[in-house]
Write a protein that binds this ligand. Structure first.
Ligand SMILES: Cc1ncc(COP(=O)(O)O)c(C=O)c1O
Length: 365
């Protein structure tokens, strides 16, 4: 079993629909699919995405602003390469997911604190007044699960204006919000001037698809398209027309709606199982979004067992889990587990928590 939490459920993916669309398009493909090299990606997919994002995330965007990529890691890589120079610094959330990608570009990374309102941009500005970019997960902070407050969103936009800086919005897990009204993307609030919106199909569909996208402010589109051409001519065309049809014919929206209900039930089941069995061991971090739940370790357990060991026991108990410390630059900053909801159903999650509790209690006595 893989330890990585946050994978969507492969058992519920509508492969029959996908297969039908694939067959329809690729049995006898139109010639332009074979010879047209559009480095920004297949136009009908960019159109379908722009329509979808305007309605569901209140983005302000046109298909010309959309560039298809291979997912979030390439989104961060492209933005870092094109908008930052050697010696520039980027702000990344700590704990977070992207700092290691920025690190790999040789750009200075300033790791900024997050709390229940999301990234604290004013503290980040104090740490790095010269930063040129901030990478944030406003819909679902990874790994702590907070949704960025309106106050912080406004502060972020003001910071970007004041510092002439960019914001890369990773709209991570925005599809899966289980209560309260949906919160619109930061890009829409900004009108698309300073915010680069980044998306991936890794969470809504599956991550080996390697399909993602950027929505760029109009003034920087050309630079990204040229870079995209230089990297590999154009993104692979095989999945793009299928994805375009999947979105525009309503299957994508239907799949998200179904999965939101499925994951909501699992979210509730995991929290109930922790409260019933493992309240002496873990404190779930309050969150109403996403494919994972962060469980912080009770102080009495944290002193007795590393969270790497906890993750091994969790995997042995049939859960998809990884240590929370793995998301922190300073590994001692957090202690606990990230548990995935994507691959186990309610009863598997409930029995996984019961087995994990027994395993931990057994190891401690
Ligand atoms: C915060 C965050 N954004 C996006 C992704 C998806 O990355 P990719 O599109 O490269 O698969 C992940 C993967 O775990 C993630 O943790």
């Amino acid at each position: 079993m893989q330890e990585t939490p946050g994978h969507p459920d492969p058992r519920t993916f509508p492969f029959e629909v996908w297969g039908r669309l694939q067959q329809r398009i690729w049995r006898n493909p139109p010639e332009d699919l074979l010879w047209c090299h559009d480095p920004s990606g297949y136009l009908p997919l960019r159109r379908a995405l722009a329509d979808h994002l305007r309605v569901t995330r209140l983005l302000q965007c046109e298909p010309e602003q959309v560039v298809i990529t291979t997912g979030m890691k390439q989104n961060v890589d492209l933005v870092g390469r094109l908008l930052l120079d050697v010696g520039d610094r980027a702000i990344a959330e700590d704990p977070g997911f992207t700092w290691f990608v920025v690190d790999s570009l040789g750009i200075g990374v300033v790791r900024a604190p997050v709390d229940e309102e999301g990234l604290d941009i004013l503290e980040a500005e104090r740490l790095a007044p010269d930063a040129k970019l901030a990478i944030v997960t406003p819909s679902h902070q990874c790994p702590l699960g907070s949704t960025m407050s309106l106050q912080r969103r406004i502060e972020m936009l003001r910071w970007a204006e004041r510092r002439n800086a960019w914001i890369l919005e990773d709209d991570y897990d925005s599809e899966f919000k289980y209560s309260g009204s949906p919160v619109a993307a930061l890009q829409g609030l900004d009108g698309g001037h300073r915010v680069i919106y980044a998306g991936t199909f890794s969470k809504a569909l599956f991550s080996t698809l390697r399909l993602g996208f950027l929505v760029l402010p109009p003034g920087i589109v050309d630079a990204f398209v040229r870079a995209r051409r230089g990297i590999d001519t154009c993104p692979s065309i095989l999945a793009q027309p299928v994805m375009a049809a999947f979105i525009s014919e309503g299957h994508f929206g239907a799949h998200i709606r179904t999965m939101r209900q499925v994951y909501r039930r699992r979210h509730q089941a995991l929290l109930a199982a922790v409260s019933a069995n493992a309240a002496h061991l873990f404190m779930p971090v309050d969150s109403v979004t996403g494919l994972t739940i962060a469980l912080q370790t009770a102080p009495s357990l944290a002193t007795k067992m590393s969270d790497r060991r906890l993750a091994q026991l969790a995997v042995g108990a049939g859960l998809h889990a990884s240590p929370l410390s793995g998301y922190c630059y300073d590994k001692a900053a957090l202690h606990g587990l990230m548990v995935g909801l994507g691959t186990e159903n309610e009863s598997e999650l409930t029995s996984g928590v019961a087995k994990l509790t027994l395993a931990i209690d057994g190891e401690l006595t």
